[in-house]
Design a protein around this ligand. Structure first.
Ligand SMILES: Nc1ncnc2c1ncn2[C@@H]1O[C@H](COP(=O)(O)OP(=O)(O)O)[C@@H](O)[C@H]1O
Ligand SMILES: [Mg+2]
Length: 259
């Protein structure tokens, strides 16, 4: 079993890194949903996964964002001393932003496929499915429907919701067939019974990492739980996370807290 190390270390000696909680790392080519409320560290964890891949494990990474423009991503990463520009120059990383959607937005899926085919990353982060959906809603479903009609030469009218699901499944298929270890980020609304806003991606993936943000009195920390990971044994309980100057670190088991 080949494994891909995320490289999120333990907060202090005696505690476990994320890869130890995963019995050695993520099984290669697994598609992992990273879900949690805003501010729970989804983007930081995911970027760290790519930076570690590029710096420590010789694996190329691709970061696809629908949330932030490239300059903001680069600036935020620099607060952790992650030099994304340098990694890009060295051909170890590619950062792509679809923050501003153009009139060509309907071909986003095709553009992503082309980028993957040309760069051939071993690791990929999609940030996020939730903002992808919002972007698609903003540009209008009609074009997507038309896009599908053109692609599939089908005359069958499908609902906007169905079009969106197909669009996500197409993305997942693109990533799966390219044999990449990927993190799909999904914003989780607190009240939803589903782990992901689109409600289908959690059923398509091989693994689910659930992040949370806990504030109790003056104490603040995040948590992480490996809810599901196919092809490996893993810890099932919840652990604290801390964002430090070097990125995310894993703390103690979080017992009795909100989850
Ligand atoms: N340099 C830093 N030092 C400490 N904490 C930070 C730093 N940068 C960001 N954070 C914390 O991380 C949070 C954002 O994490 P992020 O990965 O962007 O969350 P998400 O993607 O889940 O919305 C911020 O709200 C802040 O609390
Ligand atoms: Mg984010």
């Amino acid at each position: 079993m080949e494994r891909v190390k995320i490289g999120i270390p333990a907060y202090k000696e005696g505690l476990k890194s994320i890869d130890e909680l995963l019995n050695g790392g993520i099984p290669r080519n697994n598609l992992v949903l990273v879900t949690g409320p805003t501010g729970s560290g989804k983007s930081i964890l995911s970027l760290q996964f790519l930076v570690n891949g590029a710096q420590k494990f010789g694996e190329k990474g691709m970061y696809i964002s629908f949330e932030q423009n490239k300059e903001d991503i680069i600036r935020e990463a620099s607060t952790f001393n992650w030099d994304l520009k340098k990694l890009e120059r060295e051909g170890k990383l590619r950062v792509i932003s679809f923050r501003v959607m153009s009139e060509h937005a309907v071909s986003v899926n095709r553009e992503i496929k082309n980028q993957i085919d040309s760069f051939k990353p071993e690791r990929l982060v999609f940030d996020s499915l939730s903002s992808y959906i919002v972007s698609m809603e903003t540009i209008g479903y009609l074009e997507i429907l038309m896009d599908y009609d053109l692609e599939r030469k089908s005359n069958v009218q499908i609902s906007p919701e169905m079009a969106m699901r197909r669009s996500i499944m197409e993305l997942v298929e693109t990533i799966k067939s390219a044999r990449i270890t990927a993190f799909l980020i999904s914003e989780r609304s607190e009240e939803s019974e589903y782990l992901s806003r689109d409600t289908i991606s959690e059923f398509l993936v091989d693994g689910v990492l659930v992040l949370n943000f806990i504030g109790v009195g003056t104490e603040e920390f995040g948590t992480i739980q490996i809810r599901k990971m196919r092809h490996t044994k893993h810890a099932h309980t919840t652990y604290q996370t801390f964002i430090t100057d070097e990125g995310m670190k894993i703390g103690e088991e979080s017992i009795g807290t909100l989850r």
